[in-house]
Design a protein around this ligand. Sequence first.
Ligand code: IDP
Ligand code: MG
Length: 148
Amino acid sequence: MQTTFVMVKPDGVQRGLVGDIIKRFENKGLRLVGLRQLTPSLELAEKHYAVHSERPFYPGLIQFITSGPVVAMAWTGVEAISVARNIIGPTNGREAAPGTIRGDFAMDIGHNIIHGSDGEDTAEFELGLWFPEGVVEWIRDAESQIYE
Ligand code: IDP
Ligand code: MG
């Protein structure tokens, strides 16, 4: 089992996509273990995107992500990190396949609706950053049907 960090960005919240997005992860069989709505502080945004601090799009990215509320989530499942990335789709919404979140809702590279951790180390770092109090321990009864 892995837990991954997923965040609906300000464009996804403003466009009213939170419910649809949560539904896709639930339908797939992932288990929701953390959920928080907040407008990220500059400090939090800069820590989250520190890896991109030298990129030309970084100032715009920080401005965007602090511009309004986001919905931060933690999802658990077998190989949850790559499963979530597949549900999300590639960065550029115009290139993302229909059926993925970005493929269905995004037309842009920057305003691409949603974030998902890209590896085990990133997931651990991001979960600690956005859920410092930890996540919720529970078992979905349906997991006996979801997994062999
Ligand atoms: P990812 O979100 O698919 O993992 P990353 O390369 O990690 O993509 O970039 C982080 C975020 O930075 C992207 O989701 C997007 O919002 C923004 N971003 C990435 N590349 C560009 C770009 O070329 N122009 C504008 N924004 C970008
Ligand atoms: Mg990334």
